[in-house]
Design a protein around this ligand. Structure first.
Ligand code: NAP
Length: 255
């Protein structure tokens, strides 16, 4: 198995894309720490599924938008699995917030979860890898909106665009430490973050019309790419984004 002997921390792994990533990394041989914020039952369910595969796991609560809690999460994850060599910065929020209306609190919350948390978690991760003189892999779950404008979601796009530049910088800065840094950019994936969209045909139809493959993606279709990037099969890949979007990002047509 391609991730045998590897240890991963996946943020926001109780549901959605994060849960699929945690299960896929475990299926490919890794021990996995499942971070969650609110729903302990969901996270414990994922932990139980990972242990049923014969892997070690732990479900750890932390609000990663709080820097001290993010740093403590990394320490607790290392204590749980003895080391962490794969960090998946997955947890995110996506709040509609028109530019004229967004409050400072809403803005700060969006940036704190989607950009600052990956920054400080990656710093905590890299410090322990460098101290141990051991290699590692960081994978950020960004979005097609690291490139593609999304009106009324400016703070979300700023966070994801920032994550792209963080990834590119760190890939260069950390290459000599044996640490690879990459992004996976999903398009529209069927998860609870898209609850409103999925339940409203009036919103769903125009979205599907923009996706050349004509459907939303499944969390597993993102997870398989993360597992590849975490593995030695991707040993020469750093500083890049792999887009998983059914063709959405570059879709353009004139009828
Ligand atoms: P989701 O179903 O809403 O799950 C989000 C996860 O993030 C939850 O497990 C949640 O934990 C966790 N989380 C939120 N705030 C947190 C915090 N402060 N501290 C710790 N955990 C926190 O979303 P998803 O669709 O799986 O999205 C996962 C990632 O993919 C996000 O970064 C998102 O931006 C990105 N993405 C998703 C799509 C899509 O179409 N679904 C497209 C592009 C990018 P609790 O459940 O415990 O609250």
């Amino acid at each position: 198995m391609k991730l045998e002997g590897r240890n991963a921390l996946v943020t926001g792994a109780g549901r959605g894309i994060g849960a699929a990533i945690a299960l896929r990394l475990a299926a490919d041989g890794a021990d996995v720490v499942v971070n969650y914020l609110d729903d302990q039952d969901e996270a414990e369910g994922i932990r139980a599924q990972i242990e049923a595969m014969g892997r070690h796991s732990a479900a750890l609560r932390a609000d990663i938008s709080n820097v001290a809690q993010a740093q403590r999460l990394m320490e607790e994850a290392i204590t749980a699995l003895s080391e962490i060599d794969i960090l998946v910065n997955n947890a995110g929020i996506e709040k509609r917030a028109p530019f004229l209306d967004i409050t400072p609190e809403q803005y700060q919350a969006q940036i704190a979860v989607d950009l600052s948390a990956p920054f400080f978690l990656t710093q905590a991760f890299v410090r322990q890898r460098v101290a141990a003189r051991r290699p590692g892999s960081v994978i950020n779950i960004s979005s097609v909106h690291e490139d593609l404008p999304f009106p009324h979601f400016t703070a979300y796009c700023m966070a994801k665009g920032g994550l792209k530049m963080m990834m590119r910088n760190l890939a260069i800065e950390l290459a000599s430490c044996g640490i690879r840094v990459n992004n996976v950019a999903p398009g529209a994936i069927a998860t609870p973050i898209n609850r409103t969209l999925l339940s409203d045909p009036k919103l769903l139809k125009p979205l599907l019309a923009n996706i050349p493959m004509g459907r939303m993606g499944q969390p597993d279709e993102v997870a398989s790419v993360v597992s590849f990037l975490a593995s030695d099969e991707a040993s020469y890949i750093t500083g890049t984004t792999i887009v998983v979007d059914g063709g959405l990002l570059w879709s353009y047509s004139e009828q």
